[in-house]
Design a protein around this ligand. Structure first.
Ligand code: ADP
Length: 252
């Protein structure tokens, strides 16, 4: 056993350890609060479809047998609210599952082809023209998880269609070992304050508009998570009533 003498060197070490310990405790507490907020927001979001389903089921029970129009209205509402709940719970699972964030299956994927597929499917779904600008004359390949990267691009193009009525543009560029995919619209745009919260879970500028469009407020949070897991970045530039551009950057 040696007598412990505190000299300048181990005093510094102790203070470094103390700082690291305090930072760790802060992060644990932050994560705990985030988790708590997620559970409380999720329950709140599920409460609306559940109460709609419940009241239509009660109406169906009371008057559905005698009135065919009530039967139709109630069953339609129950089906669409159940669809909504299904979509919401699937998205919540994606965000909550830790292994989903770590379980990235990297392979060489043709990102140009993925973008073309997303554009084709959404321009058919929305009956809209979506312009595609490709910077190079050859298709671009990157190391990524095919399904996840497709989901991220899909969310951005889908949002651009949902929150604007005019033209949507997708642009792919390759520069300095980086790939950028920019999705622009001339829609309602977002204020500086809204932009700060846009990637938060369940954040929606206009709840009723998002709800009508089948939104959950989780799309951009999922997109952000996917791009972070790929070592990339997602950025937004936007102006109210002028439109927005969401840019994904991926290392090549
Ligand atoms: P949602 O399912 O509601 O679309 P997101 O997480 O994808 O959820 O988006 C969060 C919110 O950000 C949306 O509800 C909408 O208010 C806003 N938003 C997303 N994309 C755009 C866009 N291109 N233009 C304007 N607002 C947008």
């Amino acid at each position: 056993w040696e007598k412990l003498t505190i000299n300048k060197k181990n005093k510094d070490e102790i203070s470094e350890m103390q700082q690291a310990y305090n930072a760790m405790i802060e992060r644990v507490e932050e994560n705990r609060q985030k988790q708590e907020r997620f559970v409380s927001d999720a329950s709140h979001e599920l409460r609306t479809p559940i109460s709609v389903i419940k009241s239509y089921a009660e109406l169906l029970k009371r008057r559905g047998k005698d009135k065919p129009e009530i039967f139709d209205e109630a069953t339609d509402a129950i089906l669409s609210e159940s669809d909504r709940m299904q979509h919401l719970t699937e998205q919540m699972l994606v965000l909550a599952k830790k292994e989903d964030q770590e379980n990235i299956k990297f392979e060489q994927v043709n990102i140009s082809q993925i973008a073309r597929d997303v554009i084709r499917s959404l321009s058919t779904a929305y009956q809209r023209e979506i312009k595609f600008y490709h910077d190079t004359d050859h298709d671009i390949t990157v190391s990524a998880d095919r399904n996840k990267i497709q989901q991220a691009i899909y969310i951005l193009v889908d949002n651009a269609c949902k929150y604007s009525e005019d033209i949507v543009v997708v642009q792919i560029q390759e520069n300095h070992q980086q790939l950028t995919i920019a999705v622009s619209d001339n829609g309602e745009g977002l204020s500086k304050n809204e932009q700060e919260h846009i990637f938060d879970r369940f954040y929606r500028v206009d709840k009723s508009r998002s709800r009508k469009a089948g939104g959950t407020g989780l799309g951009l949070a999922i997109c952000h998570q996917i791009i972070q897991a790929h070592g990339g970045e997602i950025e937004i530039t936007s102006q109210v009533n002028q439109g927005s551009t969401f840019t994904l950057t991926l290392p090549m």
